[in-house]
Design a protein around this ligand. Structure first.
Ligand code: ZN
Length: 81
């Protein structure tokens, strides 16, 4: 994913590559991405939970895992919960 924004360890943040000359274009691109996020109906914390949930439901080999399986039937990996 190409980020449109950046955040420094000290908390400073901004829009990548934004200058006085291209500020309108960069702000519009950032607003379009915000629109996409808001269209999901999920907040940032909910998206993180969904990602963790998806990772828990799939083996590293990509096999969808049933909740009561102890081993992946595709690659044999032990399923850690
Ligand atoms: Zn597997």
């Amino acid at each position: 994913m190409n980020r449109l924004t950046y955040k420094e360890p000290n908390g400073d943040w901004g829009i990548v590559g934004m200058t006085e000359e291209n500020a309108d274009q960069k702000m519009y691109a950032a607003a379009c991405k915000l629109l996409d996020y808001e269209e999901t109906g999920l907040g940032p914390d909910e998206i993180e939970r969904k990602i963790v949930q998806l990772e828990l439901e799939h083996c590293t080999c990509g096999m969808a895992i049933d909740s009561d399986w102890l081993h992946c039937p595709k690659c044999g990996a032990i399923i850690v919960r």
